[in-house]
Design a protein around this ligand. Structure first.
Ligand code: ZN
Length: 253
């Protein structure tokens, strides 16, 4: 069910334990080979497929995806359109408040952009405390700097942006927008000199994408394939459908 297709009375009639699913994308540079829509396409496509796959006894509704989010790490590149952290925080909190007014008590963010994660976690708690919603935050694929395993050995655990995984997903979802002839490996191997500081290590670091070079992506898209992207989607969609089911019945006591 798409929120945008419903009337107010149909929304008012949704069960109170309906899970509202909100895809979070981004409008940001993804290197020379991928469009700025990459994270938005991935989040909205996988969320829509998962909502469609949820069993009919689990009430859920798909909200329109949010494309403008927190992409300040890509500020140096044309095409990145981002909200300040406090603007995005206020936006997510306002969405939570509006859902409460609509009688919705469960909200699941499906995040396609790693740069939103820290803020999204804070927003989940803020919306929980202020409006009483049960809030959840998940990803179609866990980013490698947030505990994910990564998808290509050549990335050395540093495929955080526009690398093998995202490029493969776009080759599957929107091949018309991928420029594989421009794909080059950009793995910041210098980070292997540091044991404790790095992506996914015990000490994180504040970065912007121009810290790693002029191309904008961080990873190795050269081995990306539509087949890998298709297999990823075929794993992610049922897993996300299960997450929606758990968000529907989740309790803490
Ligand atoms: Zn991305």
């Amino acid at each position: 069910v798409n929120w945008m297709d419903l009337t107010w009375q149909q929304i008012a009639a949704l069960p109170d334990d309906t899970v509202a699913v909100l895809p979070l994308g981004a409008v940001e540079q993804h290197g020379p080979h991928l469009p700025v829509s990459t994270d938005f396409v991935i989040a909205t496509e996988i969320a829509a497929a998962a909502v469609a796959a949820v069993p009919s006894d689990v009430p859920c509704v798909l909200l329109p995806g949010l494309c403008y989010t927190k992409s300040d790490e890509h500020h140096a590149f044309p095409g990145s359109i981002w909200l300040s952290w406090d603007t995005l925080m206020a936006t997510l909190v306002d969405i939570g408040r509006s859902l409460q007014t609509s009688g919705i008590s469960r909200l699941l963010f499906v995040n396609g952009h790693g740069g939103n994660s820290a803020l999204g976690q804070v927003a989940c708690r803020e919306i929980r405390r202020r409006f009483g919603l049960r809030t959840f935050f998940t990803h179609p694929g866990v980013p490698v700097d947030q505990g994910g395993s990564g998808s290509a050995a050549s990335e050395l655990g540093m495929g955080v942006h526009g690398g093998h995984g995202e490029t493969s997903l776009m080759l599957h979802l929107r091949p018309d927008l991928v420029h594989m002839e421009l794909a080059v490996a950009r793995v910041p191997e210098v980070l292997t000199e540091f044991r404790h500081i790095g992506f996914g290590k015990r000490t994180s670091f504040g970065w912007t994408s121009d810290d790693f070079g002029p191309d904008g992506h961080v990873g190795d898209p050269t081995g990306a394939t539509a087949e890998f992207g298709k297999a990823f989607v075929e794993g992610a969609v049922p897993a996300l459908a299960e997450v929606i089911g758990e968000a529907h019945r989740f309790r803490t006591q």
